[in-house]
Design a protein around this ligand. Structure first.
Ligand code: TMP
Length: 211
């Protein structure tokens, strides 16, 4: 792989409920892909541009009282920013973009979690991302009990939602994966990090071989 010219970009997204361990695997993935000589950038959603980081602060602030619809629109607004200012230019210049969450999080959290209309959400995705779609999505699946044990005591606005909310979010992610099994790979993330990363590495290796 390392002596092969990288001609076009790739968008790999990391998804799962809070406490699933995806951010750890994103870091390990970045190290692994960089060691193959690939151009890799990691980003996070919401965030990674000045405006999107401001939106992130509003969304995660426990003191913010936000209606469900405004919450949905803020996540999509942050997404439009990151796609236009970061993801598209990076992919155009042949980078592998690793993104901590993307539109599946909105489907799972605002659609399944908050109960907002999934058809409206799909239309908003299209508005926010245009043709920019993940090439591969790794879904780190854990039970609510495991996730809760990994989250610290200080929780942000979303992490503080009741268990029933997180249960619906997990169900949402699993339904997305069942519907889009070619793109979305479910990984049992309750196992030790090294074991989970073996699966991650295998999926990444297989995908970058197609570049
Ligand atoms: P993070 O803690 O993984 O960085 O994500 C921030 C929080 O925002 C997390 O609780 C999930 C939530 N979220 C949504 O509710 N909808 C979205 O579209 C995204 C990207 C994140």
């Amino acid at each position: 792989m390392s002596n092969r010219k990288q001609s076009k970009g790739l968008l790999v997204t990391f998804e799962g409920i809070d406490g699933c361990g995806k951010s750890t695997h994103l870091k390990l993935s970045r190290e692994y892909l960089t060691s193959l000589g690939l151009k890799v950038v990691s980003l996070r959603e919401p965030g990674s541009t000045p405006v999107a980081e401001k939106i992130r602060r509003i969304l995660l602030d426990k003191c913010s009282s936000i209606s469900d619809t405004a919450e949905l629109l803020l996540y999509e607004a942050a997404r439009a920013e990151i796609v236009g200012h970061e993801i598209e230019p990076l992919m155009a210049s042949g980078h592998i973009v690793l993104c901590d969450r993307f539109y599946d999080s909105t489907t799972a959290y605002q659609g399944y979690g908050r109960g907002l209309d999934l058809r409206v959400i799909r239309k908003l995705h299209r508005l926010a991302v245009g043709e920019c779609r993940p090439n591969l999505t790794l879904l780190f699946d854990v039970t609510l009990r495991v996730a809760a044990s990994r989250l610290g005591q200080s929780r942000d606005r979303l992490e503080s939602q009741p268990m029933a909310f997180h249960r619906r979010v997990r169900k949402g992610f699993l339904e997305i994966a069942a519907r889009e099994s070619r793109r979305v790979k479910v990984i049992d993330a309750s196992r030790p990090v090294e074991v989970v990363f073996e699966d991650v590495r295998r999926y990444l290796k297989r995908r970058v071989a197609k570049l």
